[in-house]
Design a protein around this ligand. Structure first.
Ligand code: ADP
Ligand code: MG
Length: 272
């Protein structure tokens, strides 16, 4: 397996779904790791106060560690707070600490409160002497100001959808919020990618959720679905991605394949 194809300009993804537990963090971390391990340069921004993406990539994120909070609230530069993931070359991570839990409220009174992450990412991409190919922003399970900042900063939305009952419930709310962001903050934002997660090939339920999602989102749904796998859920407990924890597992291979699809699954025609 060769290296992944490099995009002509950086692609910035927000990984969003206001439902918790659908695989946002697992997807952000493992797609980012898969790309980095195949030679692409990747920046992962942890925007969830729980810091799960920071944990899984094994970067320092104790309270007071400079990270996303300082970028949003103090105007810190991403280049100054990003840390290289210790086990994954080419992967830099902006950590989220528990300090971020107050940011949603603290942001309210600041000027251009919805555009602070966008400004930081734009500055990072413009100044970086060693530019990145992909940026992934892992969102908290809400549609508050943190997620709005991510949607204002990104060009593409990646929606992970868990193959479970009620998978589609709440999606219309997410799509409505994306439309509002398109209208008011970021006209170029688009839902480019949908990934089915926790898929169980043996159940009719997974098959019917997958069919419904494909009917609704068409070719924006990656062909690869991520299987439900105990190994995938174990990896973060060892501060690992599935790519480093068990590189030959079906979970690792499916995230690699999904990442490869993203690199070729371009929708640049619509993004002139
Ligand atoms: P979110 O970020 O949307 O809240 P997570 O990525 O944290 O969701 O996933 C929720 C839980 O499900 C975590 O415990 C995670 O380890 C587990 N999980 C995620 N993807 C899978 C999978 N494919 N198979 C089994 N467990 C998974
Ligand atoms: Mg999460």
């Amino acid at each position: 397996v060769g290296d992944f194809e490099r995009p002509s300009s950086p692609r910035v993804f927000v990984v969003a779904n206001q439902k918790g537990g659908v695989g946002k963090t697992t997807t952000s971390v493992n797609i980012a790791a898969a790309m980095a391990m195949r030679g692409l340069r990747v920046l992962l921004i942890d925007l969830d106060p729980q810091g799960n993406a920071s944990t899984a990539t094994n970067i320092e994120h104790g309270s007071g560690t400079p990270g996303t909070y300082e970028v949003l609230l103090d105007g810190a530069a991403i280049a100054d707070v990003a840390q290289n993931a210790p086990e994954i070359e080419n992967l830099a991570v902006v950590p989220a600490t528990i300090d971020l839990a107050g940011a949603e409220i603290e942001l309210v009174s600041l000027v251009s409160r919805e555009q602070r992450l966008r400004k930081a990412i734009d500055a990072y991409l413009a100044a970086s002497s060693d530019p990145v190919d992909y940026v992934f922003i892992d969102c908290p399970p809400s549609l508050g100001l943190l997620t709005v900042n991510a949607m204002a900063a990104a060009r593409e939305v990646l929606i992970p959808i868990q193959c479970e009952y009620y998978a589609l419930e709440g999606l219309s709310q997410l799509l409505r919020n994306i439309e509002l962001v398109q209208q008011h903050l970021n006209p170029r934002l688009e839902v480019s990618t949908v990934l089915l997660t926790m898929h169980d090939a043996r159940t009719n339920l997974s098959a019917s959720v997958a069919a419904e999602v494909r009917h609704h989102f068409g070719d924006r749904v990656l062909r690869t679905a991520i299987p439900r796998s105990v190994k995938i859920s174990e990896a973060p407990g060892y501060q690992q991605t599935i790519l480093t924890y068990d590189p030959t597992s079906t979970g690792a291979l499916s995230y690699l394949e999904a990442a490869r699809e993203i690199t070729t699954h371009r929708r640049e025609e619509s993004r002139a």
